[in-house]
Design a protein around this ligand. Structure first.
Ligand code: SF4
Ligand code: SF4
Length: 191
């Protein structure tokens, strides 16, 4: 994870369409009203763990520095507590912007590599879209293979116990009509 220090940026690093893309998402509309006061960063309980503070995420998004923002761990570490949002003096929907950035990151496949949260979110969505339902064991195995295969060795003893006691199954669960779930997800994507 990068530490968010300021480094030189060039014209080719800028995607001029990026600010408008995020402003078009629900909650992103007021992005340009930010006065960079830093209240959001000061209020955020997760900011000490973030590579970019919420204030910087807003600034870089407005500047069109798409890769810096989408490859940051910050949107994925956001706990959706809304502290930043209720305190912002300019009514910027910071939490909603974080959601918009996560959606954009998944759409573009531009997120911190081997960072588990976006991989998990994408695998979960694909599983529900295909089968109508999540299957915990398969999801965990897919997550491990895509991020840290060695973690399977660590998880194996507890996984075997759960399988033996019938608290976890290896099969793929599915709803009677997964296409209905897919239609709902598609409608949400379009809205
Ligand atoms: S609190 Fe609001 S106005 Fe201040 S930096 Fe954060 S988003 Fe911008
Ligand atoms: S909603 Fe996210 S960014 Fe805002 S204060 Fe909470 S953890 Fe921080």
């Amino acid at each position: 994870m990068r530490n968010g220090t300021t480094h030189c940026r060039y014209a080719e690093d800028v995607n001029p369409a990026f600010p408008a893309e995020i402003m078009a998402k629900p909650g992103g509309e007021a992005l340009r009203d930010c006065i960079q006061c830093g209240t959001c960063s000061g209020a955020c309980p997760m900011s000490v763990h973030m590579d970019l503070t919420p204030r910087r995420v807003i600034a870089l998004t407005r500047a069109g520095l798409e890769r810096d923002v989408l490859e940051s761990a910050t949107p994925w570490l956001c706990a959706s507590c809304y502290e930043c949002q209720v305190r912002c003096p300019r009514d910027i929907k910071v939490t909603e912007v974080m959601y918009a950035l996560k959606r954009r990151a998944i759409e573009k496949g531009m997120y911190p590599k081997r960072f588990p949260i976006p991989v998990l979110a994408k695998a979960f969505y694909n599983m529900v879209a295909t089968h109508g339902r999540n299957s915990e064991s398969r999801l965990l195995i897919e997550l491990a293979f895509r991020t840290n295969p060695f973690s399977l060795l660590k998880m194996a003893p507890i996984g075997i116990k759960l399988l033996r006691t019938g608290r976890m199954a290896l099969g793929q669960d599915h709803t009677k009509n997964p296409k209905e779930i897919k239609a709902i997800l598609d409608a949400m994507e379009e809205s």
